[in-house]
Design a protein around this ligand. Structure first.
Ligand code: NA7
Length: 543
């Protein structure tokens, strides 16, 4: 981009993943000057870094893709129901080239700090290379799951064998061939990688802390006729997704688990199990995420599936997710995950029974045993949402850092803005629908809404927009009330920051549905943006 230290650019965008690329496209099309900075060497974000074996999206690709351009969605053809990482990355590269977006970004350049200059109403942005840039607006497209969690496993530095983490995968699967591999972590990443590692390794020892619900992904090639029928109706399908709960077409479910007989319920779960995906067992009745007894029927259905698949009863019991309800934390979708534990070269260690105490140069030492390994794969997850935002090292108008402003928990307006940080926006931020939706749809909606807001400010000669404390309080209450009666509220997970030591407990999503959220955002825009002080006006207006 043509920005230089002396110039003031309209917008600085952080990241060149799904969010950053659409920001660049949408805002430059509207006539703004835009300078994007991306820490990595190329576009892709999540799909650039997460190249571990088996990495693929578990939202179907026909939905998990941009909807803003009909010609784009007509010309791109997905090969599989759940496209692998490499294909999603090719798609993102195609979009970057098709809309000539790379020119808006400087790569290999991390935003390492940003300070609001209240007098000039500008963000002063520090880059990793020591340079500074200035902009009217600063927009984070840094993602929610882009900062790997600290390696908080005891003794890790003692291990001298091959070490790799799923989120920064830099070896090939062949490098694990014939090796004794230890895998730590059984979330979505571990669940996708373990079956493929087991096919090449001499032995895989899986270290599991919390067993998860893993449903069969039922991935398959997309038949030509299905692709054609989707393309024929793409505009209507996208419109349906925009007004849905999760950003994917919904199954019309209206009854509760105990509205039907035990036999009927089992029959329904069995049929839903064949569907898989987020429209599978967890979506079979409307009360599965609100009534623990209803949920128990679905959870037990999956428990029994695991007992049917896994031949060794002791291993099966360890894999049964008995510590949390189905859907309370992120469900996983796998291919041959439980079946992999029937292989003679795969064993399971339950860290609840025998925690890791330390490591040696070539072994993981638990409270009970020493497990030798030549290679160690870490699939331990991310410092979700706040990790990438705190990494920007923002200083607000009062001189406080974002991490200080949020030290007791995240506080946002619509998951997009936060008080004391004027002219700063988050795409797919905490308290937005990002974590409980097809995130590409949430990204597009947020970018469009931000674009409309700053255009409104420009039309009114305003140069400063900030969430009011009242607006923010209202939104925090709405997002907390929406989640309060659900099982998300009582289940430990990265959704609530419980995977990172010392992180305050805030549920980091709005779970009222993308359709309802969109209606609220549209209504707020129509009413002249209550909850936002435009150009410094401070009168408070209610949501
Ligand atoms: P997740 O879902 O956060 O999973 C991380 C896994 O690693 C999980 O099983 C954790 O157990 C385990 N973990 C984390 N820290 C440790 C330590 N210190 N010791 C042992 N085990 C540990 O991350 P993923 O990358 O798999 O998936 C992230 C999201 O990406 C996913 O939800 C999708 O939205 C896509 P725990 O459950 O904390 O006991």
């Amino acid at each position: 981009p043509s920005t230089s230290p002396s110039e003031v650019v309209d917008i600085i965008g952080v990241g060149a993943g799904f969010s950053g690329l659409y920001l660049a496209h949408r805002l430059t099309t509207a006539g703004w000057t835009f300078a994007g900075f991306e820490a990595g060497p190329s576009v892709g974000g999540t799909w650039f870094w997460n190249t571990y074996p088996g990495a693929r999206c578990d939202v179907e690709s026909i939905y998990y893709s941009y909807s803003f351009d009909e010609a784009l969605q007509q010309e791109w053809t997905w090969s599989e129901r759940f496209a692998p990482q490499a294909e999603i990355l090719s798609y993102i590269e195609h979009v970057a080239d098709r809309f000539d977006l790379r020119k808006h970004f400087t790569f290999n350049t991390r935003v390492v700090g940003a300070t609001w200059n209240a007098d000039d109403r500008l963000w002063e942005v520090q880059l990793g290379n020591g340079e500074k840039r200035r902009s009217r607006y600063l927009i984070s497209g840094a993602g929610g799951l882009s900062t790997p969690k600290d390696f908080d496993v005891p003794g890790l530095k003692n291990f001298t064998g091959l070490q790799v983490s799923t989120s920064r995968w830099n070896i090939s699967l062949d490098d694990l061939a014939g090796k004794r591999v230890a895998v730590i972590g059984t979330g979505s990443s571990g669940v996708q990688a373990i079956p493929l590692i087991a096919q090449v390794a001499e032995h895989v020892t899986v270290f599991q802390r919390t067993p998860n619900y893993v449903m069969p992904a039922r991935n398959s090639e997309l038949p030509v006729e299905q692709i054609q029928s989707i393309k024929d109706d793409y505009l209507e399908i996208r419109e349906e997704c925009r007004h849905s709960i999760g950003g994917i077409p919904e199954r019309p479910v209206t009854d509760r688990a105990f509205d039907v007989s035990d036999e009927e319920r089992q029959r329904r779960y069995e049929a839903a199990y064949q569907l898989s995906g987020f429209n599978g067992v967890g979506a079979e009745f409307i009360d599965l995420l609100t009534d623990p007894e209803a949920n128990r029927t679905a959870s037990e259905f999956i428990h029994n599936k695991i007992r049917e698949i896994v031949k060794d009863p002791a291993t099966a019991e360890l894999l049964v997710p008995k510590y949390h309800p189905l859907g309370g934390k992120r469900s996983c979708f796998g291919t041959d995950y439980y079946e992999t534990f029937n292989r003679p070269n795969v064993s399971l260690v339950s860290l609840r029974d025998e925690p890791i105490e330390t490591m040696t140069a070539n072994a993981i030492v638990t409270s009970q045993e020493t497990y030798e390994a030549d290679a160690l794969v870490l699939a331990i997850g991310f410092d979700a949402f706040t990790g990438p935002l705190y990494g920007l090292n923002l200083t607000g108008e009062s001189g406080k850092k974002l991490q200080e402003a949020w030290q007791d928990g995240v506080r946002t307006y619509l998951g997009i803005m936060t008080a004391d940080f004027p002219n700063f926006f988050m795409v797919a931020g905490p308290q937005s629908p990002a974590l409980a939706s097809n995130v590409v749809m949430t990204i597009e909606q947020a970018v469009d809404w931000i674009a409309d807001l700053i255009e409104h400010a420009r039309d009114n000669g305003a140069t400063r927009v900030e969430a009011t404390t009242e607006g923010q309080n209202d939104w925090v209450n709405i997002s907390e009330e929406t989640v309060a009666d659900t099982l998300y509220a009582t289940t430990d997970s990265w959704y609530r920051g419980s995977n990172v030591k010392g992180k305050p407990n805030t549920f980091m999503g709005y779970v009222g549905g993308v359709g309802k959220y969109r209606r609220m955002c549209t209504e707020i825009a129509k009413r002249g943006y209550p909850g936002i002080a435009i150009d410094g006006e401070s009168e408070s207006r209610q949501l």
